[in-house]
Design a protein around this ligand. Structure first.
Ligand code: C5P
Length: 227
């Protein structure tokens, strides 16, 4: 690989998006939210009336899925769907469609083709393990389920118990699926963000990145793990 990639994986609401965005901004790198691609695909499936368990129907949709990420915005067939992909309904559907191998292949190809040649911060579930296994820095961000549910509930003004229950189901589906489950990639540095401020997490990632960029290309980062 001839570009610098920082891979940030972890479960839902572990703080990945905010942290990855800030890190990209500080480094002057592009930011890629791979979950937004799966979400846009789930929305497409819903609009076309293809069910989450209809593997064949979903596979047929892949070639025609026109998904573009433009900074903060997500476009589906040229339409801005940034708000529509973040509803509880899409939360439920997305981890179902993300289990289908043909869907994953399609999204992974799009992720690898994004911003050719430019340095990237990419966040998701399988970035360090599957999408960019040669990433210069691999981080697995985690936080306790309760802390993650509290964060989500605060953001979405929902009841924390409902969020916790849905989150448990989604985590389980993401971790148990046969293809590219959520795992800590080999060589990933685990950071537990419970009790850490956003700034503390970003600082830690910046330090890891600087470290990795100082070491020789191809040499894995040797940042210390906090867990
Ligand atoms: O990160 P976010 O919560 O937006 O991701 C939505 C869903 O997309 C996840 O629950 C997971 O099912 C799927 N996903 C994935 N692989 C990725 C990123 C997201 O399977 N790299």
């Amino acid at each position: 690989m001839d570009r610098t990639v920082i891979a940030i994986d972890g479960p839902s609401a572990s703080g990945k998006s905010t942290v990855a965005r800030l890190l990209a901004e500080r480094l002057g790198y592009r930011f890629l939210d791979s979950g937004a691609m799966y979400r846009a695909f789930a929305l497409l499936a819903r609009r076309r009336g293809v069910a989450g368990d209809d593997e064949e129907g979903l596979a047929e949709l892949v070639p025609e899925a026109r998904i573009e990420l433009r900074g903060e915005r997500v476009l589906l067939d040229g339409e801005d769907v940034s708000g529509e992909i973040r509803t509880p309904e899409i939360d439920r559907l997305v981890s179902q469609v993300a289990r289908v191998p043909a869907v994953r292949r399609g999204m992974v190809a799009r992720q690898r083709a994004a911003y050719p040649g430019e340095p990237l911060v990419v966040e998701g579930r399988d970035i360090g393990s599957v999408v960019f296994p040669d990433a210069r820095v691999k981080v697995f961000l985690d936080a306790s389920p309760e802390e993650r549910a509290r964060r989500r509930a605060r953001e979405s003004h929902r009841d924390v118990r409902n969020v916790l229950e849905e989150q448990r189901e989604r985590d389980e589906r993401d971790s148990r699926r046969a293809h590219s489950p959520l795992v800590k990639a080999a060589g990933a540095v685990v950071i537990d963000t419970t009790g850490l401020t956003l700034e503390e997490v970003v600082e830690r990632l910046l330090a890891l990145t600087r470290d990795a960029l100082r070491s020789r290309p191809g040499e894995p980062s040797t940042g210390s793990s906090s867990s």
